[in-house]
Design a protein around this ligand. Sequence first.
Ligand code: PHE
Length: 462
Amino acid sequence: MSTSREHFSSKIGFILAAAGSAVGIGNLVGFPVAATKNGGGAFLIIYALFVAFICLPVMLAEMGLGRRSQHSPYKAYAELGQQTTHWRLAGWLATFTPFMIAVFYMVITVWIFGYLFQTLSGNLELIAQPEYFGQFVNDYSFVGYLVAVTVIINFILVGGVRKGIERASKILMPTLFLMLILLVIFVLTLDNAMAGVQFYLVPDFSKIDGSVINGALAQAFFSLSLGMGILITYGSYFRRSDDIVTSGKLVAVTDTAVAFTAGLMTLPAIFAIYPETNPESLSDSSVSMIFSFFPQIFMQLTDIVGYGFASVAAAIFFLLAFVAAITSLVSIIEVPTSSFMERHNVSRKKALLVMGLAITVLTLLAATSFGLLPWVSKIAHYAGMDKSLFDVIVDVFYETILPLNGLLICLFVRFRWKRENFTAEMSEGNAAYKTSLLHKYVNFSVGTFIPVILAIIFANTV
Ligand code: PHE
């Protein structure tokens, strides 16, 4: 076990870093819209149950595997899996997944940065034009924004665990909470905002069906950053005396609370501006919500509060989204970076150079697959898929591979690591865990029905 591994300096440092990873675009847009379309309060209840009863055990397993091994996913699975080929493959998948998700998330983050730049430059009117987004994605300014975002991320990651990730999270996360609360207060003062709150919160159980349940679990998994190797890696930065169980619970609660609170911003804003909105008509795609719908909402706000104030509100919103996205990106790029450092025994700087470059090039390919470079658009066609490379990544990794990785970690705990060792790991730093009800539940569920549920979801998507 390496002794030189860096560790988070405190529990709060870990919690803010992991919450930084978890709180992202999924919370700000994906969750509120999914809830409103799919039964409001009824969706919220199902989602909360999934977080508590399915996601939390998987989260603890990931963090435990990381701390036990003191390694990133690849080596963690390889060592604790006694170098067997199948567990090595699981470790490889848990390293490759974040790499690919980083690419699609990076594209969105770069766009957000572009929109932030435009709002700060006083161009709200421009980005609110219906045809703007279509032109924006095919514009070479993307490259400039990409460079800026890459520099910011590397600036954080090069500092390492404490001086980079932890320090940035300690500044950025409280800023994010503050901006979110400011926007919620502002939006709730608008006329008609309560109609949105109503759509968001009043339960309608008739909307709940198999696909809604499936979607709620996928959303919860993505939102908590599960199945991406992130919590294995962050777990490996935990000291033996740290309390994994309480930290895991706090991360789950913070993430869910932010998602819930974001709904009190997003929905009331939509209904205050467009009182006639039919919730069903809202787009499922966070991308079209953020880049087409919201700029129009901010522009309409001009009639109520004036252009200057509407521009400020828009800038705060895009800054909020940008901060949420950056802290998630940092966590996800850390996974391949730290794996690369471990495997090739190179410095953080070198690993970042290689991984950063690879992710940046792929991001450029994914972003240009909308038509900037025609030959890139054809890649997916040649592969027999009538979709952009960007959509292919989302479909394959978000929908299929995340539950698969969740399934694999459950099987790993059950058949290889063994549940008593998992319990022993959880109990370090939390002596009461062994005798708790949570412990009984976690051990039972991870070894029985959670893998079955994840296997069904996986099978449904392939
Ligand atoms: N949890 C993030 C969200 O909800 C998802 C994510 C995490 C994506 C980490 C990439 C990296 O948006």
